[in-house]
Design a binder for this molecule. Sequence first.
Ligand code: SF4
Length: 340
Amino acid sequence: MLTITSRRSGELSALRLFTYQSPNSLVSRASGAAGRKLKVTRRTAYRPTATVATSSLQRRDAFPILGRVIPVAYVELMTFEQPLPRSLSPSRLADFQTCPRRYQHASVERIAQPASYATAKGRFVHYIFEQLFKLEASERTITAARSFLPAAREYILTPEVREEIVLDEATEAKLLVETDTIIERYFTMEDPRTITSEGIELRVGVTVDDTPLFGILDRLDRDEEGNLVIVDYKTGSLPNRNYDSQTFANAELYAVLCEEKLHERPTKIRLLYVSQGETIERTVTEVVIKARASAAAAAWKKIRSYYDDGFFPATPSKNACRFCSFYERCRDAGVPVAPR
Ligand code: SF4
């Protein structure tokens, strides 16, 4: 006999692991395998009423669900040694919304995610713009921006990062050329000498609806009409229009942070896609602020619940898993990740 219990409630809650499976199929398979009936109380939450007899389910065994084989070890609940993070940032919220298991690995277990060329380039470019905006407005020239390249090499391309992204001479030369192109394109997008910035790399922490939120804004500008504008540099590709609502998600949560902290709502979000030299803007509305705040609060509630249960479900998908740092870990644990 094996009783799977939740640390919080003492009830069996492990079947929530399978929310990406068909509930009926799961229940019939599981109860068939265990020889007991399980009660489904909601479509996505299972509350089995009895201890499950698992004589045929040894811990290292596997049983098929919908043609896939899920190792029993994968459903094992765990007690986290680490405390929950003290706050939720927009990027961690995005992790959780994409795949709770990714949040578990990155934010609860704090498993280091090695740098990639793309993340190193992002940090490299952000560093240069940060230094540029530390200068007096009149000094923010393209020559000044280029003058920060050596410092960026020193502070961002540390020996660890160089090792992680296997930065040989050719790759470093490529990075420098791409950064130079980005600087050139940036100066066609705006003239930093005319910009009034209220803050750069602004750290903001607030509590909204009992949810501790924290974020670091690239830039918070004051426009000519006297309104606050959130500015975010993007070094990736321009988004597909179909993913429009996700494109602004992080920045809209920054707007929540600003409103709560400064008691002033930013009126606009400006995303600078510096690799392409394109800017995308969106107006901030009350509806957006409320929706983002309530999505964050709902996620935080779930995070706490999963943490207490000792389990964050994995929701593998082609898009989510493709660039995920935990791909091998999940695959080895039996999560049905799509082949890369
Ligand atoms: S590899 Fe896929 S399933 Fe695993 S944590 Fe990443 S996104 Fe989630």
